[in-house]
Design a protein around this ligand. Structure first.
Ligand SMILES: [Zn+2]
Length: 64
């Protein structure tokens, strides 16, 4: 069973290139039972979307 560290790594990897089917499944499975990583995954998607449209403003994220 994948740990949060592994899940985060996959989320990061996914921004650069598509994951393999196996990686996608293990990530999805982890997200189903881990609220923290679900939220983290959402943040990754938001950042990725923002980065595609304009220069990311990383300073805006002072939550952690
Ligand atoms: Zn997790």
């Amino acid at each position: 069973m994948m740990m949060c560290k592994g899940a985060t790594r996959l989320m990061s990897l996914r921004q650069d290139r598509p994951l393999t089917l196996r990686q996608r499944l293990s990530l999805r499975f982890h997200l189903m039972m881990c609220d923290a990583c679900t939220e983290c995954n959402r943040q990754f998607d938001l950042l990725h979307e923002a980065g595609r449209r304009h220069t990311p403003e990383l300073q805006a994220d002072d939550a952690r």
